[in-house]
Design a protein around this ligand. Structure first.
Ligand code: ADP
Length: 498
């Protein structure tokens, strides 16, 4: 039996999954990846750990499923985006720690860019907002911090890659140095329109072209993983950043289709087709993963704290014992009795981008109970998502017909129903919520001819449950107005501290 292998390299673990011809996941294995926090706001990983965990999980999934490596038609890679790795071309050894997407070490440089008058040009070229999140300032940091790095980079002795590029380099024993458009569009070095590295941006950030990977389409055979890794040679047929892979795995192949991933944070992406979107609402424009060579785009919004607010209820307040218990606790009260929780624990992401905002709970009375607070935390995830969806609709001119959901907190039925109510739109939760790995397998399977086209893939995407909006429009808008007031308060609260 032939299979596709998906390598899903996340922030906390590397996973590997096997899919059969009907795109059924027959096995999945994972291996943890340690994170280091050397200073406040700094997040690092060892690129060697990323590689070892990924190979380990892939070998294990073949073993547990008793699948021979020669049965692998192709493999697809999906990965944590923006994380920046620089390594020596000859030894293959990283020259610095991998700077993880969450790392804030270049926040001051980003502030400078913001005030330099260059921000508008950079955003216009890349579709991104200026933030430490993206790779360019992380790479700039490494080039400044490592002795002789600039000269070596200019001479092509050291190479840059996001995690996909690093894995491909290792899998091909250094034969292929490549990334795909979806990952490259997160570096702040790629021109979103042309799909090439942008000369002016490279000059601005001081990045030599010689150290950059080739940019290839998300679906297509880019190289072959050497036999020593899995026991047989395996063509590498798909590459996509995790959120773009999830959009593809949710079968959002057409403009207007949209998915939201409810994990630690939320990532909402809307497919916008062949037209490059320009956000007037503080969202990010990005390359989507496509089946062919022509560019496809998406508009993206991210919320920093979603499921993490549930973790906070559990670990810091002790109001629930498990994340899933939040569902019954929230449903035990008819509403929050006017309480709002704005989980701006690390500032607010899209569409506010307010790094200085901090969380608040407001509307508290003597009648306020733990249940109200728990419910308010879950509701905050839904309100924040509505803000993203409204911004996406305004940017794209597309009206959302349904929202496809995945991620750990999408298992919460109370949250999903409240989300449908507050959006006034249908929510669809698929059978397979491991959409990131599924998307990578789709991309690889298309490249290998395992599957014919997106039409065939659409049949594999099966809804498990839909949530229809049931709330009265007046009630919905009244609640949402209350949320908007709470957000204003959370931003004012911070400003009053100077
Ligand atoms: P990530 O990929 O970001 O690590 P996951 O998709 O694994 O996240 O989801 C984990 C997050 O979802 C955690 O923050 C957890 O608190 C939250 N979560 C998990 N299950 C539930 C649930 N049933 N209800 C609400 N939140 C949940």
């Amino acid at each position: 039996m032939p299979y596709i292998l998906a390598l899903d390299e996340g922030t906390t673990s590397a996973r590997a999954a096997l899919y059969d011809r009907e795109a059924r996941r027959i096995a999945i294995e994972s291996a943890p990846i340690p994170c280091r926090y050397p200073q406040s706001g700094w997040v690092e990983q060892d690129a060697e750990d990323i590689w070892v965990s990924q190979v380990e999980s892939a070998r294990r999934v073949l073993e547990t499923a008793s699948v021979s490596p020669s049965a692998l038609v192709a493999l697809g890679i999906t990965n944590q985006r923006e994380t920046t790795i620089v390594w020596d071309r000859t030894t293959g050894r990283p020259v610095a720690p991998a700077i993880v997407w969450q790392c804030r070490r270049t926040a001051a440089e980003c502030d400078e860019i913001q005030h330099s008058g260059r921000a508008a040009t950079i955003s216009a070229k890349t579709g991104l907002v200026i933030d430490a999140y993206f790779s360019a300032t992380k790479l700039q940091w490494i080039l400044r911090a490592v002795p002789d790095a600039y000269a070596k980079a200019r001479d092509g002795e050291i190479l840059f890659g996001t995690v996909d590029t690093w894995l491909i380099w290792r899998l091909t024993n250094g034969a292929v140095h490549a990334t795909d458009t979806s990952n490259a569009s997160r570096t702040m070095l790629m021109n979103l329109e042309s799909g090439d590295w942008d000369r002016e941006l490279l000059d601005y950030f001081g990045v030599p072209h010689a150290m950059l990977p080739r940019i290839v389409p998300s679906s297509g055979v880019v190289g072959v993983a050497a036999a020593e890794h899995f026991g047989a040679e395996v063509p590498i047929g798909g590459i996509a950043g995790d959120q773009q892979a999830a959009l593809f795995g949710q079968a959002c192949f057409r403009p207007g289709l949209c998915k939201n991933t409810y994990g630690t944070g939320c990532f909402a992406l809307m497919h916008t087709g062949a037209r490059r979107p320009v956000s007037g609402n503080q969202l990010v424009a990005t390359r989507a993963a496509g089946s062919g060579d022509s560019p496809v785009y998406a508009i993206e919004g991210s919320i920093f704290i979603a499921g993490a607010a549930v973790q906070w209820l559990r670990d810091k307040l002790g109001l629930i014992r498990t994340a899933s218990e939040s569902e019954t606790v929230a449903a035990s009260v008819p509403d929050t009795d006017g309480v709002y929780l704005v989980p701006a624990f690390v500032g607010l992401g899209a569409p506010h981008w307010d790094a200085s905002a901090r969380g608040i709970v407001c509307g508290i009375t003597q009648a306020t109970s733990a249940q109200h607070i728990v419910r308010a935390a879950l509701e905050s995830i839904a309100y924040q998502t509505r803000e993203l969806v409204e911004a996406m609709e305004a940017d794209s001119g597309e009206s959302l017909s349904e929202l496809r959901v995945d991620g750990g907190a999408a298992a919460n039925n109370f949250l999903m129903q409240f989300q449908a109510d507050i959006l006034g739109r249908r929510l669809v939760r698929p059978v397979d919520t491991e959409t990131t790995a599924l998307g990578a397998s789709f991309l690889a399977g298309l490249a290998a001819g395992f599957w014919k086209d997106c039409g065939e893939l659409e049949q594999f995407w099966q809804p498990q449950r839909t949530f229809e909006p049931r709330m009265q429009v007046e009630r919905r808008e009244e609640l949402y107005d209350g949320w908007k007031t709470a957000v204003r308060r959370c931003r004012l609260a911070d400003h009053s501290q100077g």
